[in-house]
Ligand binder design. Structure first.
Ligand code: AMP
Length: 550
């Protein structure tokens, strides 16, 4: 017998309409390219999203067509986040930090019909658009006065965003869609092989937005102001633009200014209470705030993900009275897969024990199931020791890739293989030890590069640390530190060894380190270990500095 409840589809535009109806004046503050701030309320945003959807519905598109965006976190990108899926199309966010060849591959693979771009990326667009075969037009996200000049010939027709909006009224009914209709698309980083398209649905996105906003996770309340520093061009900015609107919270979109001074200015000026971003962003922010003798208040919660959250960041944020909420996820998981949230009894553990838990990537939220598998595919115990391939499943996890029949990342029984190696303890706390392709196996035993990196980053002279596997004639692989020093600081090998030695088994301690001026980062801010290994992975590297005197 079926329940007697209404069957209302979960639709993305309903989130914005809800915010517009109940929080019409609550602001979305957005940093323009010229650094000025644009502000309007949810009612204005919804009105413009309807106008844009109406314009899109006149552009000769078919349901399910992909519309690419190349844009910072700003109010027009926010409107596209709702108008495109709301009109029955797919909002395909494209990462402007990718190489032009990757962009061309992605635009062609997705068969994008239109590209909505910030003016800042005009040159990039001019370079790639002629090779994007399915593009029928380019829309620049600006008004007529700010349209890019001197565009080369041979581009598809170029349109102006504000002209599209001005030509329409907002008398638009969002089409009734099956909630499983495709809504958004984001390509994986493609560190191995070509990027692959992940295709989100209205249902997965709405469920995920509700899930990320549970207390203990993002837990954004209607009276809060949230700052997604995580880019809207990657995994829907962790769904913050949807989660904030769902509860009518105030939203600050930082545009292109992601440096310490730029972020601190909006945190103070707009009274931000919660932020979301990768560790590097927050390390830069606290460095700047500490140097300037300023506090990050009123920001009191910071969601940290995309890479392991180092202990030093948790401690330095705590010194500013801000709580680091450590979360794990990936493009294929919408992204939230796990979050380090303490239970009632864990709140009363000694500080050092709590820190150990906060450094782990944490528990799956309701809706997500996790397991770890050994090399034979058999499930491993949740004992905090056994390491295996992390597999997940749930209603906001990818079930396949767009335009791609490769099933190698899916198990026979329908779980997604994340490519991360992790442990899970008896309390369900998952801990990523490495990306499987970055694993260091020394004498047949695993060494966690993440744990070694975390330890080194606690040293006052170290700004950033990566650990890679170098060749070793005896152990086949040994870990090697690649270190970036803080400005004006020095570090000897024995100093680093003495600093980490109390915390790890002796055989984990790298024999050497190489000091570099910066680490190579990929388009989503992750350290490119493949590059580091190619450059510094030889057993005897001339720049290697030994950690012990012998
Ligand atoms: P992406 O799909 O580009 O967002 O990258 C996802 C990958 O980032 C994951 O598979 C992990 O390897 C890594 N990652 C994300 N969050 C964390 C975290 N909290 N700790 C360690 N690695 C993380």
């Amino acid at each position: 017998m079926l329940g007697l409840m209404m069957d209302a589809p979960l639709r993305i535009p309903d989130i914005l309409e809800h915010a517009a109806k109940y929080y019409p004046k609550t602001e979305i503050v957005s940093r323009n390219e010229d650094s000025t701030l644009h502000r309007y309320g949810y009612a204005d945003a919804a009105r413009r999203a309807r106008q844009l959807a109406k314009a899109l519905s006149r552009m000769g598109l078919e349901r399910g067509d992909r519309i690419a965006t190349l844009a910072w976190n700003n109010h027009r990108h926010f409107e596209l986040y709702y108008a495109v899926p709301g009109a029955g199309l797919v909002c395909h966010t494209v990462n402007p930090r990718l190489f032009p060849e990757q962009l061309v591959f992605i635009l062609n693979d997705a068969q994008d019909r239109y590209l909505f771009s910030d003016v800042a990326f005009a040159r990039l667009v001019a370079g790639v658009a002629p090779y994007a075969k399915s593009l029928r037009g380019i829309v620049f996200n600006c008004d007529r006065d700010h349209m890019p000049k001197d565009l080369p010939d041979g581009l598809p027709p170029v349109l102006c965003y504000e002209d599209l909006i001005d030509a329409e009224d907002d008398d638009f009914e969002w089409p009734v869609l099956d909630e499983r209709t495709a809504s958004g698309m984001c390509y994986t980083s493609g560190t191995t092989g070509n990027p692959k398209g992940v295709l989100y649905s209205h249902r997965s996105t709405v469920l995920h937005a509700m899930a990320v906003n549970q207390p203990g996770l993002f837990g954004i309340a209607p009276d809060e102001t949230v700052l997604p520093v995580v880019p809207m061009f990657h995994v829907n900015a962790w769904c913050v633009p949807y989660a904030a609107a769902l509860v009518g919270a105030r939203l600050v979109l930082p545009g292109p200014r992601l440096d310490g001074p730029g972020l601190l200015e909006v945190i103070h000026g707009e009274k931000v209470t919660i932020g979301a971003g990768v560790p590097t962003i927050w390390l830069n922010l606290v460095n700047y705030a500490d140097q300037a003798g300023q506090s990050v208040a009123p920001m009191n919660r910071v969601v940290v993900g995309g890479a392991a959250c180092p202990q030093t960041l948790i401690e330095r944020l705590a010194a500013h009275k801000a709580l680091a909420v450590h979360a794990w996820g990936m493009t294929e998981t919408s992204p939230l897969g796990a979050v380090s949230v303490l239970s009632a009894e864990q709140q009363y553990l000694p500080e050092a024990e709590k820190m150990k838990l906060m450094l782990k990537q944490g528990r799956a939220p309701f809706g997500i199931e996790m397991r770890i598998a050994g090399p034979d595919g058999k499930e491993l115990p949740w004992d905090g020791v056994a390491r295996g391939d992390l597999e997940v499943r749930g209603p906001w996890i990818a079930s396949g890739y767009f335009n791609n029949t490769d099933r190698s990342q899916f198990t026979g029984d329908g779980w997604f293989k994340t490519g991360d190696i992790s442990t899970i303890d008896a309390d369900g706390f998952m801990n990523i030890v490495d990306r499987s392709k970055d694993v260091i196996k020394s004498g047949g035993e695993w060494i966690s590069s993440i744990e070694l990196e975390n330890l080194a980053m606690g040293h006052p002279s170290v700004l950033e640390a990566a650990v890679i596997a170098r060749a070793d004639s005896r152990w086949s692989e040994r870990p090697r530190y690649i270190i970036v020093l803080r400005e004006g600081k020095m570090l000897t090998g024995p100093e680093l060894r003495a600093f980490i030695a109390p915390h790890v088994a002796t055989w984990w301690i790298p024999e050497d380190m190489i000091i570099v001026t910066e680490l190579p980062h990929g388009a989503t801010g992750k350290v490119l270990k493949v590059d580091l290994r190619a450059r510094y992975g030889a057993e005897n590297h001339p720049d290697a500095i030994r950690l012990s005197d012998q």
